[in-house]
Ligand binder design. Structure first.
Ligand SMILES: NC(=O)c1ccc[n+]([C@@H]2O[C@H](COP(=O)([O-])OP(=O)(O)OC[C@H]3O[C@@H](n4cnc5c(N)ncnc54)[C@H](O)[C@@H]3O)[C@@H](O)[C@H]2O)c1
Length: 347
């Protein structure tokens, strides 16, 4: 039987791997009903319906589902090249959209999606789950407090070697277009600054199992003149980092290091008057401390989606509103353009 009494009547579009998370998040809430599952491969939609014993109706296309169901919210969990069509179709039909990252596979399309959200007056919020991680939040609070003075350089090292199947192996820029959005967005989150320029060198090592460039080095200049440098590989053969990357932030009075997991340490220059007798002229004395990570009630996808639902209720935009997220996606596509042209580009 259809459940149309719930506040959020949801169509899930794209019933692949990530749809599991989205369906679970909705089914855990009392105010949500999944009314339809859409996938051009109907077997995928039917599988999800059975997996979660849903009453939802299955469709092979979103327009049909929108015409038949009284939905007011769409989850876009399709591959990136289908995001624009999915999101704009849903917004124009009067639904709000929570969508997977990245907003789109081109910057021009992502900009049109923001315009469409504004023109229709419907909300479009983007999943940026890797913003909601205790280490990242603790590091951000640490930097906001200016305990080490002014930030000069933010360095992120991302080294992993996942053996994906599917769309990522065929993309031109799998690392930058599909993954680096998280790290770039984290740099904006940490510093509170948008990027103003980028130089990127993208390449595919001889041992890479991807068709497109699996490695990249990017240099971003941020609004306040600080520099964010990114070194990434999606075909690392060892010494891997966390999925959150490994971070080093160099400040005027010290350096803070986050390993992307539980370890957050800093070294701070001891002021001259407080130094021990061992420090000779011309040397600096450092004190090293560990920072305890802040607890977070919810993390990852759950935290991001919870903020999205709260935003629909309060009207207060979430952090990952499309108008904010466009600044992260711009970093992605300007980096790719820089790699293609060999030029430093303004954002
Ligand atoms: N936030 C994260 O941490 C995270 C992690 C993995 C994937 N993702 C994102 O989630 C999205 C989906 O990734 P996935 O791993 O589930 O991919 P997937 O390939 O497993 O599934 C995609 C599904 O979408 C279906 N599909 C294709 N075109 C469609 C269309 N026009 N309309 C409806 N359905 C369509 C496919 O048939 C498939 O079932 C991507 O944008 C990806 O970047 C995010």
């Amino acid at each position: 039987m259809k459940d149309t009494n719930k506040e959020h009547r949801i169509i899930v579009v794209g019933c692949g791997a990530m749809s599991n998370h989205w369906i679970q998040m909705a089914t855990r809430r009392d105010d949500c009903a999944i009314v339809a599952l859409v996938d051009p491969d109907l077997a995928n939609a039917k599988r999800r319906k059975d997996d979660y014993s849903l009453t939802a109706v299955t469709y092979s296309n979103l327009s049909e589902a929108l015409a038949a169901e009284e939905a007011n919210l769409v989850f876009d969990v399709t591959p990136p090249q289908y995001h624009q069509e999915t999101v704009m179709t849903a917004l124009k039909a009067g639904c709000d959209v929570f969508g997977e990252k990245p907003m789109s596979d081109t910057l021009a399309e992502a900009e049109r999606m923001v315009e469409c959200s504004e023109a229709t007056g419907r909300e479009y919020f983007v999943m940026q789950n890797r913003r909601y991680v205790p280490g990242l939040w603790t590091l951000r609070e640490f930097l906001v407090d200016k305990r080490l003075g002014t930030v000069g350089q933010i360095s992120a090292d991302f080294q992993l070697g996942p053996r994906f199947r599917g769309f990522r192996t065929e993309m031109d820029s799998p690392l930058i277009a599909d993954m680096a959005i998280h790290t770039f967005d984290a740099a904006r989150f940490l510093t509170g600054q948008n990027a103003v320029s980028v130089y990127c060198h993208e390449f595919n090592p001889s041992w890479s199992w991807y068709k497109g460039a699996a490695n990249a080095v990017c240099i971003f200049e941020m609004e306040d003149g600080s520099v964010f440098d990114y070194r990434g590989s999606w075909c690392a053969n060892g010494m891997v980092t966390s999925w959150e990357a490994q971070w080093r932030v160099s400040c005027s009075e010290g350096v803070v290091f986050w390993d992307g997991g539980e370890r957050l340490d800093y070294e701070q220059i001891v002021p001259e008057g407080c130094r021990g007798s061992k420090s000779g002229t011309g040397t600096i004395e450092l004190k090293r401390e560990n920072v305890t990570l802040l607890p977070m009630p919810l993390t990852g996808h759950d935290a991001c989606v919870s903020e999205m639902f709260a935003a629909l209720q309060s009207g207060k935009r979430p952090q990952t509103d499309c108008r904010d997220n466009i600044h992260s996606i711009r970093m992605v596509y300007k980096a790719i353009e820089s790699a293609k042209t060999g030029k430093r580009l303004m954002l």
